[in-house]
Design a binder for this molecule. Sequence first.
Ligand SMILES: [Zn+2]
Length: 316
Amino acid sequence: MSPVVVAADFGGTNLRAAIVDEAGQILARRVDPTPQGAAPDVILAEIGRLLHVTTDASPERPAGLCLAVAGLIDADAGTVILAPNIPGFRNLDLTAPVGQALGIPTFIENDASAAALGEHRFGAGRGTRHLLHATLGTGIGGGIVIDGKLYRGAKGLAGEIGHVVLDPAGPRCNCGSRGCLEALVSGVAFAERARRLLAAGASPVLQELVGYREPTATDLQRAAEAGDRKCEAEIRNGGHLLGLALGGLINVLNPEAVTLSGGLLGMGETLLGPMREAMYSIAYGPSSGTIVRLSELGDDAGLLGAAAVAFERLRG
Ligand SMILES: [Zn+2]
């Protein structure tokens, strides 16, 4: 039998765990809702219970475990520095208590970095040696694979592509800077663009869709699909800025492929067309050969990414 690992993906909504083999097959899985408003020790206890139940369902003893968490992670120290979606997860040693409880080697990774390795091993990045992965969702994350291995940087924070500054006079970002990619082109940023259009009375189509509630990025997308040119222009501008950021990064990294995942991909060519155009317009020399591929892992990206990290860590 091929070795298996426990993979876990912790978000603000769900705690997911699975048994995964070296080919990326999910042999068993569990999903529980993240306890809302609970203290860290309550969430830790729930994580421990979920991992025990998942491990019990494994056909053989797992060789190791990796937890993918959205946030700032010190992967080498095994600690969560800050997880904005899980209140109380701050300067928290996660791997030691979990590893002791389960008695197997335990690792932790930023979810976007894990997703990059997952795409490289099991998804749209198969067959590449050098890969840049971008997660385009509520926020913007990224991960870098160099020579087939996840690149973590000096402090494990490499791949934070959401905080490339594109407009120093732009909107304030959660990180404290202005005009970061994430502050201009993310689910939250597109919702803010929609809010501004509504406040200016610039889009009757969007107003009709939204009524009196807060607009979302999906509303902006639907209004654009319904033919609203102002909404379409906001998405196209976002795609252009995303392409500038990715183009700069491929000039630095010269990856064979850029893989993309996340809910913003639902915006389709309205986003991706201007993105490709801007990216290739600034890609320098051979970097213009970098190809763009969309994720093949879907909802399992976090779990398969965590599994890929566990197998890589176990190989040493
Ligand atoms: Zn930022």
